[in-house]
Design a protein around this ligand. Sequence first.
Ligand code: HMG
Ligand code: MG
Length: 305
Amino acid sequence: MLARLPERVRIYEVGPRDGLQNEKAFVRTEDKIRLIEALASAGVAKVEITSFVNPRWIPALADADRVAAGLSGYPGYAERFTALCPNMLGLDRVAHTELREVAVFMSASESHNLRNINKSRDETYPKFEPVFQACADRGIRVRAYVSVVWGCPYEGEVDPAEAVDVAARLLAMGAYEVSLGDTIGVGTPLQTRRIIDAMAAKIPLEKLAMHMHDTRGTALANCLVGLEHGITTFDASVAGLGGCPYAPGASGNLATEDLVYMLNAMGVDTGVDLEKLVAAGALAQELLGRTLPGRALQALAAANH
Ligand code: HMG
Ligand code: MG
């Protein structure tokens, strides 16, 4: 028997960032913009449009500045759009855009942090401090990710206490929300319950979001556990695009269509028009020239023909 579910859920769309960062073929800037606009018009609460990281590390998003500029004037830009930003160099680039929100990221394991950010966790906090400070001064909201909470590609199991510590510290630094990442998609529902219980002892649940990769098909089951605990923000990626280039095997974020299909059908309000979302998923497939993993997308796109 399901516990009472929240009435409303926010969908935080990461496809144009988490999805495209992993693609070998470079998607043209104007096509990225078309995809972002299609997603925004489907009604997702937020779209993470790109990443202001070192373009040598993530060449697929080397056009971050042009993507952000090309969306200028889009209705609700400041409330709707956000981007990844790891340091002050990134924030200096963000300063030339209309973005009023950014996201920093840190790993629950030391090895993934070293591979992903080139620094230990203790070396990373001081890089974030001026970002939080400058964002507070400029009225920019900061979200924070904690990666590899459910398991690390280099260390295996991760103690939930490590993730709680990182999440609590990032919130204390000024993050408005922490998104817990199953970066390599290994999580299972009982583990999710243990992680959320460990978090709940130290962190108000309304400050938490879930960011599940669907590598082993367990993402929706894990989200359901989160929903039953009252978590109301979920990250997902159009058509199930995604992965982290610094986490081997991190294919496939939870597909936004799969999540929205399930929530809509259970009467949980997402604010998303599933038909328009499926059109955005079809556009993602067209731009990448292949069938993408999202299952509701395949079923609904076929039904529309
Ligand atoms: P570093 O090499 O240690 O940085 O990289 P540095 O400060 O020593 O600078 C080295 C060079 O990078 C310099 O250039 C800087 O200018 C440049 P050079 O003098 O050699 O020509 N640089 C930059 N250029 C543009 N924009 C910047 C920037 N910063 C430095 N912001 C750094 C440190 C963090 C930058 C690097 O490691 C990096 O870019 N990492 C990004 C990795 C990444 O994007 N991973 C994927 C996202 S995380 C993820 O997918 C997980 C998530 O989805 C949640 C989940 O699934 O769990 C969020
Ligand atoms: Mg991710």
